[in-house]
Design a protein around this ligand. Structure first.
Ligand code: PAF
Length: 289
């Protein structure tokens, strides 16, 4: 027997797929709508804004916390990923989560696991180009989470603009009956986009990190002043980043928001996207022109 999840305040931590399924089936039987917020934990105000939105729009809000090994191309990055389930569960509950789905790696990927979701096109640009098999890992785990939690709506942050676009396309192409809701990037007062990776910056790196937002704004200002040559805009963006000794640019590109392919001439609505190493920590950010 599973306990029902409804609007109750206390949060349940569910580790097994079978229990999650049964819980979802109970909620469905009671006619409740389900919102899913997929995360890898280390929850910050950006995640909490997604959970709040999900709680406002659904009867039941499930937050998944799973550091998905198959989306990391770098073992060190995976090992260093911050983890604190008890703290995350308390923060998620405080803003309206009803259940935390926190499976183990072997629960999600038992021995012999061999089915993956591979996308072409949109997932091959930017992060897909520089991080091998990253979106294959993201799409596979998100497809599994959708099957396990059967959400009416799933919530993703605009900081990961390409991820949100890839997941929207996957959900459409594979006929998931889930609405993909994107929510605005949450920033610190100095403009740094909130990210679980920010906790890995030392004090000097944390001071350097707002150069991403300054660089994005420099590009956006040049575009607003009438410059549309994507090369010239990204040159101005790179100049800001290169002035920061702790920053190393992975990519700085202007892309079409539908295909995520680079454009020669920037148009209003295009995405100016950045991936930048600050020390050993890779941060991403973007701005709509
Ligand atoms: O954005 C993330 O935290 C992850 O990529 C996601 C969507 C939870 C899949 O592991």
């Amino acid at each position: 027997m599973t306990e029902p999840i409804d609007g109750a305040k206390q949060v349940r931590i569910i580790e097994h797929i079978k229990e999650m399924w049964e819980t979802v089936m109970d909620a469905r039987k009671n006619g409740r709508s389900i919102g899913l917020v997929p995360t890898m934990g280390a929850l910050h105000r950006g995640h909490l804004s997604l959970i709040e939105r999900a709680a406002a729009e659904n009867d039941v809000t499930i937050v998944s916390i799973f550091v998905n090994p198959i989306q990391f191309d770098d073992k060190q990055d995976l090992g260093a990923y911050p983890r604190d389930l008890a703290r995350d569960a308390a923060s998620a509950a405080a803003v309206g989560a009803n259940a935390i789905f926190a499976p183990s790696v072997s629960e999600m990927y038992p021995d012999g696991f061999s089915a993956y979701v591979d996308m072409t096109g949109i997932s091959e640009a930017l992060c897909g180009r520089v991080r091998e098999a990253h979106f294959r890992g993201v799409c596979t785990v998100v497809a599994k989470l959708f099957h396990i939690t059967d959400p009416d709506r799933a919530y993703f942050g605009e900081k990961d603009a390409q991820q949100a676009a890839v997941i929207k396309k996957m959900a459409a192409d594979l006929n998931f009956n889930t609405e993909i809701v994107t929510c605005p990037t949450v920033r610190d007062t100095d403009g740094l986009a909130l990210s679980s990776r920010n906790t890995r910056l030392d004090a000097a790196e944390r001071n350097a990190a707002p150069c991403l937002y300054r660089a994005l704004n420099a590009g956006a200002a040049l575009f607003r002043s009438g410059e549309s040559d994507a090369g010239k805009i990204t040159e101005a963006v790179r100049a800001v980043l290169e002035a920061e000794p702790r920053a190393r640019v992975d990519y700085a590109e202007i892309v079409d928001p539908a295909s995520f392919r680079g454009v020669p001439k920037a148009r209003s609505g295009d995405v100016l996207a950045l991936a930048v190493y600050i020390g050993a920590v890779r941060l991403i950010d973007n701005l709509r022109l």
